[in-house]
Design a protein around this ligand. Sequence first.
Ligand code: NAD
Length: 356
Amino acid sequence: MTNEILILPGDGIGPEIMNEAIKIIDVCKKKGLEVILRYAKIGGDAIDTFGVPLPNETINMAKNARAILLGAVGGAKWDCLDIYNRPEKGLLKLRKSLNLFCNIRPIFLYKQLSEASSLKIEVISGLNIIIVRELIGGIYFGQPRGFNNYSGIRCGYNTCIYDETQIRNIGRVAFEIAINRKKRLCSIDKANVLETSMLWREVMCSLAYEYKDVELSHMYIDNAAMQLVREPKQFDVIVTDNMFGDIISDEAAMLTGSIGMLPSASLNNEGKGIFEPCHGSAPDIAGKNIANPLAMILSLAMMLRYSLFNTKLAERIENAVSNVLDWNLRTYDIAGDFKTRIISTKELGNMILEAF
Ligand code: NAD
């Protein structure tokens, strides 16, 4: 198997936070990690150079790589382009072309950050949830889609479609994760209204026969959105479709204080994946050296765990993050109370290296 890691810094704060992750990879290499870094362009960065958000060269390099580390894509500069040529399309196409059907988002609250959340400490302390989101099906990819004009009145339309194989594949991953945790899985859908959700629920129930040790429950998405802020600790593992997962994982992110803390992994059947922060390119703070690099650094830890099977180095990174938070050093988004010192993106990256 190749030991190439493809680095896609992308747009906005992407390159800044990626620099901090690369510093850690360099130290890991000195400690024996055998990887070769390759670099390519995606998103607005690729549009500016090649005129397209996902050049063929990037797709080929991604196919050859063992894992991909991505910053973020997008920004106002490219919002004027038609919807099919915007930076975000490049990322969607890359996920699809690598068959990355499974998105894993750990929603973990570092105890040092309890005060950074807008929720009461007793509601969120000890929070540790995993959201498993189907990533290459549903309304984001369904055909037909487009715009139409009926007698002078414009309309836009999309198609939400899932087949049972897609649902079974993501369901299986979620059951496997649940069986190795608290053996509780909550499937989130809208089965009281949508046919795709009715099929989703049926397939999840059929899988439950194979995983008799796992307690499967179901919740409608509207209720789940409410329960996540009312009593988030009732959840352990959540499985849901592409659009519902997109929305509730951002909601869940805020339980942990900042979206700047949350990593994610998007995987295919062979464990190959794109590892990236849950947040976007944050154009409002790009270039200011104030972005939180921890979601990017924790995405690197996920890459070491899921694609390179190096749990030891992954744990060292996670412990280093915890130590730096213990030292009360923070970027502004997780500043908390007067005891903390606000430092820059680069300084926080250097502190992680010191704690590593
Ligand atoms: P965003 O996640 O970029 O930003 C939302 C808010 O969170 C902003 O106030 C931002 O400053 C803050 N934030 C995000 N990451 C942070 C960090 N690491 N440290 C501190 N603060 C942080 O979402 P948005 O503003 O809706 O989108 C901006 C652009 O990113 C858009 O073009 C969007 O399409 C794109 N986007 C890309 C991805 C991706 O690359 N996977 C995901 C979501 C959005």
